[in-house]
Design a protein around this ligand. Structure first.
Ligand code: HEM
Length: 303
């Protein structure tokens, strides 16, 4: 190429032949370009060899590059690409569109392509390795989770009373001293009087309890509070302050036929009403007609 450029410059530039003959082939294009600046004719014909090396020193030659790239980009990009990749990025951005030539594209592609694929490949390899390594622990973890979960229900089925408080918010109240479940158990086994648990106004025998009598014992105005469970009437009054749910909760079903049992089953169906209040049993719930015609509460007829 250099020889060709010198030949072309020798053809157009009449003064060059004598200069080029004395100079070396390598130094000729640089010196000839300096002389070509002053010449008006040189840029038109000999932009190939003369401009290439000169343009590297002056930015004004880039305009000439753009105009001449269509013809002489083959030789220019080779030296300009390695040098101009980093510094003249904005100016260098202009050439790419006019570089339809194959040589210009090959060099930047080859220089630019290696880094991306290498980086991407390295980046891809890492996640793929991590993903390939993750599955084993994930499987192990997935197997562990169901095991713990599967064990939970099995234990819950064994004792629902122990797990129920954890599943729902507790509404237990602070009981007064001497009113713990053990205290209640002691009281039921050793009542102060034979009628203390069943009520002062109740005979020692079980009685027939009509709804009217039940409603009257609603725990208000000094009356005892009666509750019904499976057709049996219990005196709740002595248990009021021993009730872990509080007096108010226990009073919700006092003196009512079906409310007490329904609420009891909603809150704690696992609690044994009969065992806890066995000594508080008053009698059995009967219809109002069964009691009418008899004087008062005839308790002896039940036995
Ligand atoms: C109207 C009827 C009743 C209502 C509305 C009621 C309500 C409640 C409530 C809200 C609690 C607290 C539950 C918690 O937060 O853990 C509770 C606890 C309790 N109640 Fe009742 N109750 C009623 C009748 C009874 C009766 C008649 C008995 C006795 C036979 C009884 C025995 C208990 C016991 C033993 C607990 C403690 C449960 C536990 O430790 O988990 N309750 N009740």
């Amino acid at each position: 190429y250099r020889n060709q450029s010198t030949r072309l410059s020798a053809r157009t530039g009449k003064q060059d032949p004598g200069k080029t003959g004395a100079r070396s082939p390598i130094a000729e294009p640089e010196r000839n370009d300096e002389g070509a600046r002053n010449r008006p004719e040189i840029p038109k014909v000999t932009l190939d060899g003369g401009e290439n090396e000169k343009n590297t020193t002056a930015g004004g030659f880039q305009k000439d590059r753009q105009a001449t790239n269509a013809i002489t980009c083959d030789t220019k990009p080779k030296p300009s690409i390695p040098l101009g990749m980093s510094p003249p990025s904005p100016n260098y951005a202009m050439p790419p569109p006019p570089r339809p030539s194959s040589n210009a594209k090959r060099k930047p592609e080859t220089t630019l392509i290696p880094p991306p694929p290498n980086r991407s490949s390295t980046l891809r390899a890492a996640p793929t390795l991590s993903t390939t390594l993750r599955p084993p622990p994930s499987i192990a973890s997935s197997l562990r989770a169901p095991r713990s979960r599967s064990l939970a229900p099995s234990t819950s089925s064994l004792s629902t009373s122990t797990l129920s408080p954890s599943t729902r918010p507790s509404k237990k109240v602070l009981l007064d001293p001497g009113h713990s479940p053990l205290d209640w158990a002691h009281l039921t086994t050793n009542p102060p009087t034979p009628t203390f648990l069943r009520g002062a106004d109740v005979p020692p025998q079980l009685i027939r309890v009509p709804p009217s009598a039940l409603n009257w014992h609603n725990g208000r105005k000094g009356r005892d509070a009666w509750g019904v469970w499976q057709g049996k009437v219990y005196n709740l009054t002595p248990y009021m302050k021993f009730h872990p749910g509080g007096v108010g909760e226990l009073m919700r079903g006092a003196g009512k036929v079906g409310d007490g049992e329904r609420l009891f089953n909603e809150v704690h169906p696992w609690v044994s009403w009969e065992n806890m209040l066995g000594e508080c049993l008053v009698g059995i719930l009967v219809s109002e007609n069964e009691v009418t015609g008899k004087e008062g509460n005839d308790l002896e007829e039940i036995d």
